[in-house]
Write a protein that binds this ligand. Structure first.
Ligand code: ADP
Ligand code: MG
Ligand code: MG
Length: 884
């Protein structure tokens, strides 16, 4: 089989499209060579050879050996040099290059082919002995590290000792003789450490390096990187064997890296760094400070050291022209590596450059305006989740961070405030106009109002799907969870951080929900910008998508935020959240704990105006757009008083002995409330609750219609239905109230009544349920929970283990389980539409903001997705990409 692809001399056997075979680096070297760019000739060993190597007990196939040697003969012809030759020795670099870019994860060996004889020849040929010995010591150090497994630091120690002894500050100060001496020290060190001498045969060196690069595919760094970036192990890495060019050949030589545009701002300006008289690794190693490539960059950085533009104007001009050409050719911003050998420019690498979201946005928009890419391509260039970075304030990257602890980055953005330890304090502070960070061991539904009031949330326990994390993401509030290195001392109101830093209540902290860091004090921030490039790109996305994007909003605050992010309606308004606000919880408790219908109606009478005014505000904000209101869903016990003090307070308000009340609370207790007396079951047991809610909704609709002159598109949603008759019963209540309100107000009321599909039985019986339901909204949180029989609140205990052991790939509560839950959705959608072909279909679980799940919804032909306000832009973009 063909194991080897050659490149160089204006042609190449491979192309950019051959990444699977040649790896990113090899494919792009081939592409550059075939474009006629100055690329040192070389060859690429295909990634399959690496796969073969591992599958066959680390052996190298014979025909691979032959093909490499043939390739080297061709390179010798092209360069007029001989590998291992005693006159004009050919030196090689051996470089890894996988299909996906894994920067710095695997190994490279430079200057291969040097030994005690060729080093003399190299020096003679270049007329520079210092350069030859410098190259040789570099080679020994790299080879010993990569191939022989000796830590490079022991060589650096030798070098530092020698520099100190000789009184030199810089490597460039050393003479040929001094380098030669260091080489002998290096070789002796290898003999002492490994009981073997440094290999002198270039062919032994070559195969040693090729094996080492193959093996580096399995080094721990690479394995971890692959896991984090979901790169399959089966790919293997290609190996590039390439003629060396020398940036360390005196003051007219240099090496550097560059981006064709600024990778942090996206500005259209060449951006890069270089070092004179150096080889590649020096730029990264940070031994010397690199210089700016352009004059502009030099001035901006305030550096005295001359730019490449000034120092090597011809090479610079050629380089700039190549940058422009490559950008147009690849139609994307490029990240380049180059070397200049005695004034002659050589290209060593090009690839699409990594960039910040801000830069990605600017580059995509600029490239459309420059006519390089289409609007649809621009839309596809942005990773939807990365938009998160733009929607929240972020910590100014230029400032120093005083980190006192860290946890999981649960909800992006940064926030600063005083430390408070209870939800009540947070609410109080909000009233007084103070900004706070709510610090808890973990949060629970009772903390919701405090979470709303806080600028940010920090917990010391819990994972990415803990209550705090899910709620904070929903609210768009920065949040760090599971900061295990920190401890909350509730009694003394202290937050104790790593390194013994103790913070008191009222002290200022900053949390960075994008990195998980907790910082002491206030830190300068960068504010989000939703106009400009962001606005343009989102407008293109909106033009492209088919599905509408709604939001899950419970409060006017949510609704306003969501509209500003471009939400086209509310897909889920959870009415129960309204009952936690302020004093309402007391009235709610009275209602729940009432002995009979009469008592309940009395309490409901007090709740009605509160709920109505909420809806008037919500409808006014959302006028003209659809709003789906869900009737009360959670089990009643969530509202019950818990502490003795709370029970006493409620007892007093209800003129009831506390002991009596405690018995009522016991009676309401459920063993498994999530599968208990909740959803439509409540409305069937206590129809007066549904009646009150329906009345509040309709009266508010009439009122808001008058205020805004534009009616809301009203949708009333019944939760947790599994039987058609459940829906029939509750819809009966709703319809009756609608008629009453219409009669009382003289205003006709239009609305749809529908249901959530969140139980497997409902999905299976969708064709029957659709006889009554006018819309379905897939409640994928509960549907996932009930399909798997896996409690969302408890799943954090085993999901990570499942992922680690490869039993599931991703958390089904975050990204939809296509095979199981997805199949139910598809089935319900089909069956429902068979009964009612204009059945409106949407999704309102956490998944409504997850790009992979959104793609699924597009394919399942849903009408809309609904997600938390801060995910609306992400959903708009993901829906557009799904439609392309
Ligand atoms: P990485 O994937 O970590 O960037 P590379 O294979 O690109 O590793 O090699 C790192 C550096 O080594 C390059 O940026 C370049 O400076 C240097 N290098 C690689 N090949 C050559 C070569 N043929 N001639 C001179 N320098 C080279
Ligand atoms: Mg590189
Ligand atoms: Mg539900």
């Amino acid at each position: 089989s063909k194991w080897v692809y050659r490149f160089g001399g204006g042609e190449a056997e491979g192309r950019a499209a051959d990444v699977e075979r040649l790896g990113g680096k090899g494919a792009n070297l081939a592409e550059m060579a075939s474009l006629g760019l100055p690329v040192p000739p070389g060859l690429t060993i295909v990634a399959d050879a690496c796969v073969f190597y591992f599958n066959n007990n680390r052996t190298i196939p014979d025909d691979l050996k032959t093909q490499v040697l043939e390739g080297i003969t061709v390179i010798e012809g092209q360069t007029g040099r001989v590998f291992g030759g005693k006159a004009k020795p050919l030196l090689l670099s051996v470089r890894s290059g996988a299909r996906a870019s894994m920067p710095g994860m695997m190994d490279t060996v430079l200057n291969l082919g040097l030994n005690d004889e060729t080093v003399q020849a190299l020096g003679h040929d270049a007329g520079d002995a210092r350069f030859a010995w410098d190259s040789y010591r570099r080679f020994i150090q790299m080879y010993a590290d990569v191939v022989m497994g000796l830590d490079h630091e022991i060589f650096e120690e030798i070098l530092e000792d020698e520099k100190a002894r000789l009184g030199h500050d810089y490597d460039t100060d050393l003479s040929a003789v001094e380098w030669q001496h260091i080489v002998s020290l290096y070789k002796r060190m290898i003999e002492d450490e490994l009981d073997t001498s440094f290999p002198q045969d270039p062919h032994v060196q070559l195969w040693g390096a090729i094996r080492a690069v193959f093996s580096s595919w399995m080094n721990p760094r690479a394995v971890t990187y692959r896991m984090l970036h979901r790169i399959p192990e089966e790919w293997g890495t290609a190996v590039n064997v390439q003629t060396m060019v020398f940036g360390n050949l005196g003051s007219s030589s240099a090496t550097g890296v560059a981006f064709t545009r600024n990778p942090s701002t996206g500005e259209r300006e060449l951006y890069g760094e270089f070092l004179v008289n150096a080889q590649g690794e020096d730029v990264v190693a940070g031994i010397r400070t690199p210089q700016s490539i352009t004059e502009e960059g030099r001035i901006a950085s305030g550096s005295e050291k001359p730019s490449m533009e000034k120092l090597m104007p011809e090479a610079f001009a050629e380089f700039r022209a190549i940058c422009d050409r490559l950008e147009i050719h690849y139609r994307d911003m490029q990240d380049l590596e180059f070397t200049i050998e005695r004034g002659k420019l050589w290209m060593l690498q090009t690839r699409s450059g990594k960039r910040t979201t801000r830069a990605a946005m600017k580059i995509a928009v600029d490239m459309v305006e420059e006519g390089v890419i289409t609007e649809e391509e621009a839309v596809c260039r942005i990773e939807p989740p990365s938009l998160d970075q733009l929607l929240h304030p972020t910590i100014d990257p230029r400032v120093e961070r005083h980190v006192v602890g860290s946890g999981l980055p649960a909800s992006p953005g940064a926030a600063t405030g005083e430390i408070v330890f209870t939800a009540e304090e947070a609410v109080e502070a909000e009233h007084e106009g103070r900004k706070v960070i709510l610090v808890r061991i973990e949060t629970s539904p009772e903390d919701i109002h405090g979470m709303h009031a806080a600028e940010g949330i920090l917990t010391t326990r819990g994972g990415m799907t803990s209550h705090a994390a899910v709620v904070a993401r929903g609210m768009g509030i920065p949040c760090v969870v599971g900061a295990g290195s920190m401890r909350v001392d509730m009694r003394n109101e202290l937050l104790i951080g790593g390194g013994g830093v103790t913070l008191k209540r009222g002290d200022t902290v900053t949390i960075d929900g994008s990195s998980g860091q907790v910082l002491k004090g206030a830190v300068p921030m960068i504010q989000p910008a939703l106009s400009g490039d962001f606005g343009k790109l989102m407008a293109w996305a909106d033009k492209t998508r088919r599905m509408t994007v709604r939001t899950n909003a419970d409060t006017p605050q949510d609704a306003r935020a969501a509209r500003s992010f471009g939400a086209e309606g509310i897909g889920l308004c959870r009415t129960e959240h309204m009952f936690f606000e302020g004093d309402r919880i007391h009235v709610m408790r009275e209602m729940i704990l009432a002995e009979d219908e009469k008592g309940r109606r009395a309490a409901l009478g007090k709740l009605l105006p509160m709920q109505r005014s909420d809806f008037i505000e919500l409808f006014s904000i959302m006028h003209g757009l659809p709003v789906t209101i869900r009737l009360l869903d959670p089990p009643l016990h969530e509202f019950l008083p818990k502490t003795e003090a709370e029970i006493a307070e409620v007892a007093k308000a209800m003129a009831m002995p506390p002991a009596f009340l405690a018995r009522r609370i016991d009676a309401i207790h459920e063993f498994n409330p999530m599968l208990g007396h909740r959803g439509c079951r409540l409305a069937i047991s206590y129809p007066e609750i549904a009646e009150m809610q329906a009345r509040a909704i309709f009266e508010a609709a009439v009122e808001a219609g008058k205020l805004t002159g534009e009616p809301v598109e009203l949708e009333i949603m019944v939760p947790l239905v599994s039987l058609r008759k459940e829906l029939d019963y509750v819809k009966g209540v709703i319809d009756r109230v609608a008629e009453d309100v219409a009669k009382e107000t003289g205003v006709p009321i239009a609305y749809l009544a529908g249901t959530m599909i969140e139980l497997p039985r409902a999905a299976i019986r969708a064709h029957v349920i659709a006889e009554t339901a006018e819309f379905f909204s897939f409640g994928t949180n509960d549907l996932t929970q009930t399909t798997f029989g896996m409690s969302r609140d408890d799943a954090a205990a085993f999901i990570p283990t499942y992922q680690r052991k490869g039993i599931i790939e991703h958390d089904p509560f975050i990204s939809l389980d296509f095979d199981g839950v997805g199949e139910l959705i598809q089935m319900a959608a089909e069956r429902g539409r068979r009964t009612r072909n204009d059945l409106k279909l949407g999704i309102c679980g956490e998944h409504g903001g997850d790009p992979a799940s959104i793609r699924f919804c597009e394919n399942a032909d849903l009408d809309y997705v609904s997600c938390s306000p801060f995910r609306v832009p992400i959903a708009r973009l993901a829906a557009a990409q799904a439609a392309i």
